[in-house]
Design a protein around this ligand. Structure first.
Ligand SMILES: O=C[C@H](O)[C@H](O)[C@H](O)COP(=O)(O)O
Length: 235
């Protein structure tokens, strides 16, 4: 099987496993990305079959909102609820302590709001996302307000990073987030202390949020394929 097929199967399996954990009468944070898209699809299908009732979703992005509507998941907002029961969201890297890098889809700011509020935050990834140390395979996304781009990049360089502005695909110019901001992707040779780096970057004036999620995830579901057999393990 081609690598892309395997990756799709792992994402599908793990998305289904997460959707199966959603209970009736609950408020569900709906994450962003290609893996969570399967979870949203399977939650919608469970609703259609009548297996699930009275779900209210809180989308973390324009993408999640569009998909949720497509699959018939009723939506609400943070102004209308006082808690979130469970959030399901993907990640770009996961370390053994369940710390994450997110923001490959530039949605990490809203994701951090929703995922942090959930009583239980379930991360859904394929096995390719597991790393020993954060920053080893993926650049760290930082959302910045446009007028502060240059001083923020300078500050990120002083912190030891190599920043680059994220550019659009099939769009001339930079990626613009759902909030109308820019994303700076930063290469750090190592991230020895994700907890302090998360705070340090967020303390730079003009930074809205960065993609380090430290101590937020409760459960990580990992989709794997071994000898053409798909399975899901949890840690
Ligand atoms: O901004 C996007 C999010 O943080 C995604 O959850 C993350 O990039 C993982 O996406 P995917 O499941 O497509 O790899």
């Amino acid at each position: 099987m081609a690598d892309t097929d395997l990756s799709k199967i792992m994402k599908q399996e793990v998305g289904k496993a997460a959707a199966d954990r959603v209970k009736s009468n609950s408020i569900v944070g709906l994450g962003t990305g290609s893996t969570t898209a399967f979870a949203i699809q399977f939650i919608g299908e469970r609703l259609q079959r009548g297996e699930l009732k009275n779900i209210q979703g809180i989308p973390t992005s324009f993408q999640a909102e569009v998909l949720s509507k497509q699959y018939g998941i009723p939506l609400t907002t943070l102004d209308a609820v006082d808690h979130i029961d469970v959030a399901i969201d993907g990640a770009d890297e996961v370390d053994p302590n369940k710390n994450l890098i997110k923001g490959g889809g530039a949605a990490h700011t809203r994701e951090k709001v929703v995922d942090s509020l959930a009583d239980q935050f379930i991360v859904v990834v394929d096995s390719g996302k597991l790393v020993d140390k954060l920053g080893s395979t993926f650049l760290l996304p930082v959302e910045v307000i446009p007028m502060a781009m240059t001083p923020v990049m300078r500050k990120l360089t002083q912190l030891g990073g190599k920043p680059e502005l994220r550019m659009g695909v099939k769009k001339a110019g930079p990626v613009v987030t759902d909030q109308g901001n820019l994303v700076i992707d930063v290469k750090f040779d190592e991230i020895p202390n994700p907890e302090s780096l998360e705070k340090e970057i967020n303390n730079i004036p003009g930074v809205l949020e960065n993609g380090l999620f430290v101590g937020v995830a409760d459960v990580v579901l990992v989709g794997e394929v071994k000898a053409d057999q798909a399975s899901v393990r949890e840690f």
